[in-house]
Write a protein that binds this ligand. Structure first.
Ligand SMILES: Nc1ncnc2c1ncn2[C@@H]1O[C@H](COP(=O)(O)OP(=O)(O)OP(=O)(O)O)[C@@H](O)[C@H]1O
Length: 976
């Protein structure tokens, strides 16, 4: 076997690259002359080759007009063209590719007697002649020629070089494709040897006589000449390579239909097989002409199976379509042209076939590897490589993104699922605990009820409910709720917290929406009708869970509807946490809300980081506000200043409600609470103390209960130990702390309002020190209303205060709220902002009430308020305060109060009488002051000195404390 190497190998590699290009099948048409018989029948030829590429049909018979008249191919040969010319111009180039290691095939297709055999015989001889000529001219190469011949007759493959007519099997070789088993392959010695073999083939081929061709070839004949060549210089060396390719000379059987061949019997059977093979060939060609998409039925016939490489595969192919010119063969001629037209659309992908020695193969592979690596590393990759890389990058990014999303979604799902499970468990625990609490409380309550109010049982509520009653306007809803226990279930799963409302409803419009921090069922659910809850159904509990779950998962909060009657509640639009936070900031400027009875719906996004940052700044500001002239830390309890809502935690063991309340009301229980995700979100404008402990006063009993139940006092609170030691005093200390947080919140509100004023350009006096810190700005001048000069402020304060007191009375405002406000805002110029806020809110409510349409609610913090509901709330609050009197005042003190307030000692319900007289005379400031003092005592000012001291310390402008406010506080101190 010859070998190639060195430059030759590279040349062959280039040839291979060239050979890998797609190439259409070369299609030519050969028109034979009329034979003697046709002439005898006076047949005429309607076909004419007008040039080397086009053949036309000249007959203009009307019935033929539907057919095309001109056909163009790679080459058309007139009837006078010799076979030599056909070979030279229609087959030679393709056929001789074999010497370059490229497979090739020459087909002859046409109806019987059209000249296929006549043409292919000549083509074969010319090709072999040229091959030998080539061999002679290339002595540097060693050639080996092998010859084989087969016939496909009735779908049986027969070896034409063997006398054995046993059909040969077709085998599928993974490397060589379809292989005819045991096919004789003769190595040609010389040209004469080939002629001898061709003679044998001709003799072996099935030839039958048809009406059209006396020597009709009834089979498909395939003559195969295989050529292997190697460079002689590498012969026997390790790095030798061999080119190996075959050229097929395919003389197809006649393509005519069996009926047209007038076949019968054996001839008919032959025709069926012939047509089946040709039909498959036609199908394959047609499909290939439309591209290589889809299934190509090579295996449907042995002919196409054996010739598969030549039909769209690794071979160069030429088809010579032979035609009979006679008009009588018009239909067959058209069919032939149609086949040729399809064939010319078929592309093949010929490659140089190199059989390499191991060493040559390694060398070749190394070279190929180096080339590919160079392409990958090269600065100028092909555009295809570029596109591919970019595409890969893009896909990788997409995959990464999707993986992240999947991870996040999975985490969210797991978290939600975990919370749901926890909450379901909690609800189960809560049911039991509440039942216990209800029974426990009931027994205690019965003992605690003294004779003083024995006849007031009709209006006496559960003291825990009474706590709720102090919650400003929330009380009204509570009262509604109390008066309609049938709607208990509907209320149960509504979120809300009256203690929050206490702060938000009146005192702090900004904080109103901040109640979003309080999720889950509100205090109504906690304290009201616990006895009834023992009989509540599971559906209600599930509602609670759903409510909480939604909060936890979405970080959004539906703030509204916690105290609305069901029918109103359903109409409420959800207000998300972010929205509420944003609304909080905007409220000062926008209050009163636009429109009555309609909810505001504000959409603004706050990022958590921004909120956190803002909150942090606020905390610092608050600290400085508290002590504007010193560097000392804030006098507020660390629990107020240091704790943040982030530290809020809810525990699984707590009841659902208690957990939520605790998380929102008491920092003392923070570290054992695990909040839903939404809890962790702080919001600007809401001081941390406010969030965490808006009013422990209102829920002191709750806190005690939770503390008793879970023993979960926070070590981070300064009050923890004291609370444990003085359980009975818990509520009092809570109250003080709540005031701290209350004030802190108010200060923060003021700060926000001030900032807003600055933003709105309301600041009239430029700051002397532009580089001054926010603390300086806020702590001194800015908090003072610019419209009020220092000289006029005391008078203005007194006027506003009286107006506010009147409005409190008109609007049935919570007594505790009034007390807080009165205590804390005693005339400092910096208090002006609070006064304005209060006036605006009260004015809005008064205006709404004055419209006389009770169905038209004032929407305060997204819940409806009516005169009736506010009155009921106030009544409940008075009842609650009356119940606190035995705890806050000794018997002697109470008797003194009764006397002072004109209550007969022999009358019944003296406590309630006293409570009902509190804050009733708005004109008498002494009455107001004494009322506030009593309420302050009732709500837990057991350390008034400290509280007042801190209150004084809160003053933004301590240097200008009004005489009036000071005297108030001093009087209160004396009373307390
Ligand atoms: N171009 C041509 N010039 C002169 N004679 C031709 C030409 N082509 C074919 N003939 C003659 O026509 C007759 C039939 O030709 P041929 O046997 O090659 O047809 P065929 O297509 O092979 O028919 P079948 O399919 O029946 O075998 C032969 O006698 C042949 O010599």
């Amino acid at each position: 076997m010859g070998a190639i190497g060195g430059e030759e190998l590279m040349r062959w590699e280039k040839a291979q690259e060239k050979g890998t290009r797609e190439e259409k099948i070369f299609v030519s048409v050969r028109l034979r002359p009329l034979n003697a018989k046709e002439i005898a029948r006076n047949e005429v030829s309607d076909w004419e080759c007008i040039n080397d590429n086009t053949i036309i049909f000249r007959n203009s018979l009307p019935e033929r007009s539907m057919y095309p008249t001109a056909y163009t191919f790679d080459r058309v040969f007139r009837c006078d063209c010799s076979t030599k010319q056909v070979y030279e111009e229609g087959a030679k180039e393709v056929a001789l590719s074999v010497v370059s290691g490229i497979n090739s095939s020459i087909f002859a297709y046409g109806q019987t007697s059209s000249g296929k055999t006549h043409t292919m015989s000549g083509i074969t001889e010319y090709t072999v002649a040229d091959i030998y000529d080539y061999i002679q001219r290339h002595e540097e190469r060693a050639f080996v020629l092998k010859f084989s011949a087969m016939e496909i007759y009735n779908e049986a493959v027969r070896d034409l070089l063997s006398v054995d007519s046993t059909p040969l099997r077709l085998l599928d070789d993974p490397e060589r494709g379809t292989v005819v088993e045991k096919l004789t392959e003769e190595i040609l010695r010389d040209w004469n040897h080939l002629k001898e073999l061709l003679s044998i083939c001709e003799a072996q081929r099935k030839i039958g006589e048809t009406s059209l061709n006396e020597t009709s070839s009834r089979s498909h004949q395939i003559l195969r000449l295989t050529i292997e060549s190697s460079a002689r210089e590498f012969l026997g060396k390790d790095n030798s390579s061999t080119l190996a390719a075959s050229v097929n000379f395919v003389d197809l059987a006649g393509s005519e239909r069996a009926s047209q061949a007038l076949s019968a019997g054996t001839r008919l059977k032959e025709g069926c097989h012939i047509n089946r093979s040709l039909l498959t060939l036609g199908t394959v060609i047609r499909k290939l002409s439309k591209g290589r998409n889809g299934h190509i039925p090579y295996r449907d016939s042995k002919l196409t199976r054996i010739l598969q490489p030549s039909l769209g595969g690794n071979a160069r192919t030429a088809i010579i379509c032979t035609m009979c010119p006679a008009r009588s063969h018009l239909e067959q001629s058209r069919n032939t042209l149609l086949f040729a037209s399809c064939a010319k659309e078929v592309a093949t992908n010929a490659q140089v076939n190199i059989v390499m020695s191991d060493k040559a193969l390694v060398k070749h592979l190394q070279r190929e590897l180096a080339r590919l690596e160079s392409e990958l590393r090269g600065p100028g990759p092909t555009s295809a490589t570029c596109d591919f890389s970019a595409l890969l990058k893009e896909k990788d990014l997409q995959i990464e993104k999707m993986e992240r999303e999947i991870k996040e979604l999975t985490q969210q799902r797991d978290l939600a699922q975990s919370r749901l499970e926890d909450l379901l468990r909690v609800v189960g625990d809560d049911r039991a605990s509440r039942l216990w609490e209800a029974l426990d409380h009931q027994s205690k309550f019965q003992v605690q009820n003294a004779w003083e109010d024995e006849s007031d049982s009709s209006s006496v509520a559960d003291p825990r409910c009474s706590d709720v009653g102090v919650a400003g306007f929330g009380t009204s809803q509570y009262s509604d709720r109390q008066s309609n226990t049938n709607s208990n279930v509907r209320y149960r799963h509504l979120p809300g917290n009256p203690q929050d409302r206490f702060l938000s409803d009146y005192t702090s419009p900004q904080l109103s929406n901040g109640s979003s921090e309080f999720v889950g069922p509100g205090p109504f659910q906690n304290w009201e009708g616990i006895a009834q809850e023992t009989g509540e159904d599971n559906e209600d509990l599930c509602k609670e869970v759903r409510c909480i779950e939604m909060e936890a998962s979405s970080t959004n909060r539906n703030l509204k509807s916690n105290v609305l009657p069901p029918e109103e509640n359903e109409e409420l639009l959800p207000l998300t946490m972010n929205e509420s936070r944003d609304a909080m900031e905007q409220e000062l400027a926008s209050f009163p809300p636009k429109g009555d009875g309609e909810l505001r719906h504000i959409n603004t996004d706050f990022t958590y980081d921004a909120l956190e940052h803002k909150l942090h700044g606020m905390q610092k500001t608050i600290a400085c506000l508290v002590n504007p002239y010193t560097d000392e830390p804030s006098p507020w309890p660390p629990s107020v200043e240091l704790s943040s809502s982030r530290s809020l935690r809810l525990t699984r063991s707590q009841s659902c409600r208690a957990t939520l309340m605790t998380s929102s009301s008491s920092p003392w229980f923070d570290n054992q609470n695990t909040p839903p995700s939404g809890f962790e979100k702080d919001f600007p404008g809401r001081p941390c103390g406010f969030q965490k402990k808006p009013s422990a006063l209102n829920f002191s009993a709750n806190i005690q209960r939770l503390s008793r139940k879970n023993s979960q006092n926070s070590e981070g609170s300064v009050c923890t130990d004291e609370l444990k030691a003085q359980n009975i005093k818990t509520s009092a200390e809570d109250d003080i702390t709540s005031i701290h947080t209350f004030v802190t919140g108010l200060k923060e509100m003021a700060k926000l309002q001030y900032e807003k004023q600055i933003d709105d350009g309301l600041e009239t006096e430029p700051k002397a020190d532009k580089s001054g810190t926010t603390v300086k700005n806020v702590g001194v001048d800015p908090m003072q209303d610019p419209s009020d000069s220092p000289l006029s402020w005391p008078l203005e304060f007194e006027r506003q205060q009286r107006e506010i007191i009147e409005l409190w009375h008109t609007c049935n405002v919570s007594l505790i709220h009034r007390t807080y406000f009165l205590l804390l805002f005693g005339g400092d110029p910096a208090d002006s902002i609070y006064m304005k806020v209060e006036l605006r809110r009260l004015s809005f409510i008064r205006d709404t009430f004055s419209q006389g349409n009770l169905a038209k609610h004032a929407m305060i913090d997204d819940w409806a308020l009516t005169p009736a509901s506010s009155m009921r709330a106030l009544r409940r609050e008075r009842e609650m305060l009356s119940k606190r009197m035995p705890k806050r005042f000794s018997e002697g003190e109470r008797e003194q109060l009764y006397k002072k307030w004109g209550i007969g000692l022999d009358t019944k319900q003296r406590r309630l009488q006293l409570a009902r007289r509190l804050w009733t005379d708005t004109k008498d400031m002494d009455h107001v002051m004494e009322s506030a003092t009593i309420v302050a005592k009732l709500i837990g000012f057991q350390e008034p000195g400290q509280a007042l001291k801190e209150m004084f310390g809160l003053s933004f402008t301590p240097q200008r404390t009004s005489r009036r406010s000071y005297s108030w506080r001093r009087s209160m101190l004396a009373l307390l």
